[in-house]
Design a binder for this molecule. Structure first.
Ligand code: DGJ
Length: 370
């Protein structure tokens, strides 16, 4: 079994009984157990027993080449990753536009206790339409390593208004001439705030781009996604089988331009870390918190990242917060748009001050907690 190149066994002293610390060198290529670079980007993690699965975007080296689908790797120590192949393939005969030329981004998998199914959600763009479709795709499998079967690819919550959206604003923008609308003016900002795009997309469903999933302690699951032309985040409750929206959702920070949502919960408080919207280029991350996931969210004044490089999230953009050895770890992509396949990963343990507020300093080497 080949050792991951990015993961060095530390030579520091310890008794022979103590396991030597395992270290991931941030930003270096992670090599799988067959000696190939791990190709798993914008992804998420799911732990089943003592095995953790890493699902992500399989990326070709050239933007013009088609994506193959959702890749999966497994590990028992976050050090040695075994390639489990493409668990949701893009193919010529796939349904719902999961066909060559489509875009598959930010896949996340959760397990549903009631149905015994693994449920995969992803941001899906249809072939030849750039980022305009803004769909969420949903697929299921009986095993964590697939193959996953696509159930549907649609926009979100068609026909429903957010539950935190006043009745008085329903339909307010129904007659707007979108072809001649000037963006970024104060009037436009106010219209966005008051649901311009919620109204526009009411019938066909809300746009759903960058996304994550969250399963709460009570078993309820949520889909968190950049909506309304990436201007506003929405949080939607999922049905008991996790394969669809219930129609109950909220919008938060209208016009706030948040992408790449990542979330965790600590001592009853939900913490979400997002990026701004600058394409593949890194930017200053934001952090917000709430005591009710479908309630009021408060934006922190500053990014949780500290030290040199904090203003660009150390070159990364968040993709998931995974618990490793009892500690939440912020996992981010260092995108390489000229060769997305070669994009790298940042692993940054989240620390907490006495006030319980998360902070994230840079570490060149992440020592895997066990
Ligand atoms: C930023 C998003 O976070 C990425 O997932 C990807 O959609 C790029 N934009 C595309 O420019």
């Amino acid at each position: 079994m080949a050792l991951g190149a990015a993961v060095a066994l530390s030579s520091c002293a310890g008794t022979s009984e103590q396991a030597a610390p395992l270290v991931i060198a941030n930003g270096e290529q992670i090599i799988d157990t067959e000696g190939n670079p791990v190709n798993c980007h914008g992804g998420g993690f799911l732990t089943v027993g003592d095995t953790t699965y890493w699902y992500g975007e399989q990326r070709p080296s050239r933007m013009s080449s088609p994506q193959l689908g959702v890749s999966c790797y497994s590990t028992t120590d976050f050090k040695n990753w075994t390639n489990r192949g493409i668990v949701l393939p893009v193919s010529e005969d796939a349904a719902e536009g999961l066909t060559p030329g489509c875009i598959v981004e930010r896949p996340k998998v959760i397990y549903n206790d009631k149905t015994g199914k693994y449920v995969l959600w992803f941001h899906h763009e249809l072939p030849g339409r750039g980022y305009e479709a803004a769909h969420c795709g949903v697929a299921v499998s009986d095993t964590p390593t697939g193959p996953f079967t696509l159930l549907h690819s649609t926009r979100a919550n068609a026909g429903q208004y957010p539950i935190n959206f006043p009745d008085s604003l329903h339909g307010k923008h129904a007659g707007v001439d979108f072809d001649n609308l000037e963006w970024w003016t104060p009037e436009w900002q106010q219209m966005v705030d008051e649901g311009l795009f919620v109204d526009r997309d009411l019938e066909g469903g809300q746009m759903s781009r960058d996304m994550t999933l969250y399963v709460d302690e009570d078993g309820k699951a949520y889909h968190i996604y950049s909506s309304e032309e990436n201007l506003t985040l929405q949080i939607a409750e999922l049905t008991d089988d996790y394969t669809a929206h219930t129609g109950k959702y909220i919008r938060i920070f209208p016009g706030g331009h948040n992408e790449a949502p990542t979330i965790f919960k600590r001592d009853g408080e939900y913490w979400m870390i997002t990026s701004g919207c600058t394409g593949w280029a890194p930017n200053k991350a934001r952090m917000m918190h709430a005591s009710d996931i479908m309630g009021e969210w408060t934006m922190m004044e500053d990014t949780p990242f500290t030290g040199e490089g904090a203003d660009t999230t150390f070159g990364g953009q968040g993709t998931y917060i995974v618990e490793i050895g009892g500690q939440p770890v912020f996992v981010a992509d260092i995108w390489k748009p000229e060769n997305l396949k070669d994009s790298r990963t940042l692993w940054l343990p989240i620390e907490f001050g006495e006030d319980g507020v998360p902070t994230i300093p840079y570490v060149a080497n992440y020592e895997i907690k066990r």
